[in-house]
Design a binder for this molecule. Sequence first.
Ligand SMILES: *Cc1c(COP(=O)(O)O)cnc(C)c1O
Length: 435
Amino acid sequence: MTTLYEREAQSISRLAHLRFYPLAVRGGAGTNLITDDGRELLDFAASWGAASLGHSDPRIRAAVDRALSNQAGASYLSSANAATVELAEKLLSLVPNRAAGRIWFGHSGSDANETVARIAVAATGRPRIISFSGAYHGGTTGSAAISGHPSQVTPRAPSLTLVPYPNTFAVGKEAAQASLAELDRLFAGPVPPQDVAAFFIEPIQSDGGMLVPPPGFFKEIEQRCRKHGILLVSDEVKVGLGRTGRLHAFSHHGIEPDIVVFGKGLGGGLPISAIAGPVSVMNFAPAFSFQTLHGNPVCAAAALAVLEAIRIDRLVENAAMTGAHLFSRLESLKQRHSLIGDVRGQGLAIGLELVTDRVTKKPAKREAAMAVYRAFQTGLVLFYVGVNSNVLELTPPLTLTREEADRGVELLDVALTDVEQGRVDPSLAGAFAGW
Ligand SMILES: *Cc1c(COP(=O)(O)O)cnc(C)c1O
């Protein structure tokens, strides 16, 4: 019998594949996925955080069904529709004043960040963009051009400057100061700040390795942006909308970005992204950045259901509380597994950096690939991230319960033990490219 995974290989291109093991899914409910061969897996990846309410959430289903029962077109390009207007009003009420001008809707974090980069340059008349080494702002040409993730093959924009993201685990306490010193050096010479349109930040650099910057760092970045009239852009695509235990990830740092970008979890599994920003930028010109299905009322209805569920079910609080519980369980796991060099994160955005040696902190890249593979075999879905491909990423649905958190830790415990005791065949994981 041919499996779903094997059939896929004969029909679907590999270009979009970011695979860690042969996962083939037939369905899902809540935090569980049902595989092709009928296994139930606990999903600690939530499709990179996109399944913010888990799978088959009844509120999203009802909202989508209502939107399709009386379909107000399929786009907002050439007509207004109630779902996108209502969603825009809602988002404007949630973002800080500086960003509460107008909302733009797209399909993905990539098209949103690409639009921000284009509009920032056009609206300010300044040519340059700054972001961080290791940053992932998207996979389209325009969004990859302003990213700094080493997995990407797309060339960077010539107008892009990358600044080191503070990595306190690798560099130590002086990481933030070193990064700011490098920025100041650039401003004093090769990158005149009055030429910089926008500074893109990730409040947690998730794909770069779940790096949480030290307190005060982004305040320093914000001060420099204000001083030089640079638009501060917070990319909240993966860790925003409740995941960190606050509604906005940037709010942990006491900063107020000019532009906020949402994606992934906003649609709870349907494709929708949003930019919130000042009127002067967001109303710069009509017909400036659009794709036909942007402002689709069905996706907007799903997003409204997600925001409502976050409010009613107090999912921001759940992310904080269940996240803290999960974090402490992982910290105790660290005591028993020398592979775990660091546990870090906020709320339900947690990373486990695997190292071959806690003193040298050498990245345990092969072991990370084997660990996620073994976790899949034992019943847990999670992936790895990081510029060295050695950070296990935990971004479960915001609805995660304490019991599910405990079960996930137990499964991970087994997987790490098996890797440490040489019970995982390295060639299994080796067959998957990951990233
Ligand atoms: C995933 C991601 C993006 C890109 O979003 P897509 O939906 O894949 O286009 C942008 N920024 C961050 C921080 C992300 O994690």
